[in-house]
Ligand binder design. Structure first.
Ligand code: FES
Length: 113
């Protein structure tokens, strides 16, 4: 069993103001999104054709990729009407700071078994 690895990546106030931000932790490029007051973290590079999700838009609670407008559920990474899934990360907010576990959720879940 491996403990979570929390890495501080952003100030909550900055994320709230901008709505999204791109951070790099090790080899992972992670897009942070503030949607309806909740912080989500998805891999920034789209599973479809590698466009940057943080350059997309947020619409009706979905992250819309600028490449071909796939609409991702930020909580699960599932794309509406597609069979591909964007990797997501665990997020923790504490004392005005945003932390992520930079291991994609599925990988972290397997390691925690
Ligand atoms: S590159 Fe993201 S939907 Fe095509």
């Amino acid at each position: 069993m491996t403990a979570r690895e929390w890495v501080e990546v952003a100030a909550l106030r900055d994320l709230a103001r901008r709505g999204r931000t791109l951070v790099t932790v090790g080899d992972e490029q992670i897009g942070l999104f503030m949607i309806d007051g909740t912080v989500y973290a998805l891999r920034d590079v789209c599973v479809h054709k590698q466009r940057s999700l943080t350059k997309g838009t947020i619409l009706r609670g979905r992250v819309i990729c600028p490449g071909h407008q796939w609409a991702f559920d930020p909580a699960t990474g599932r794309a509406d009407g597609q069979d591909r899934c964007q990797p997501t990360y665990e997020v923790r907010v504490e004392d005005g700071a945003v932390f992520v576990d930079p291991r994609p959720r599925t990988l972290a879940a397997e390691e925690n078994r």
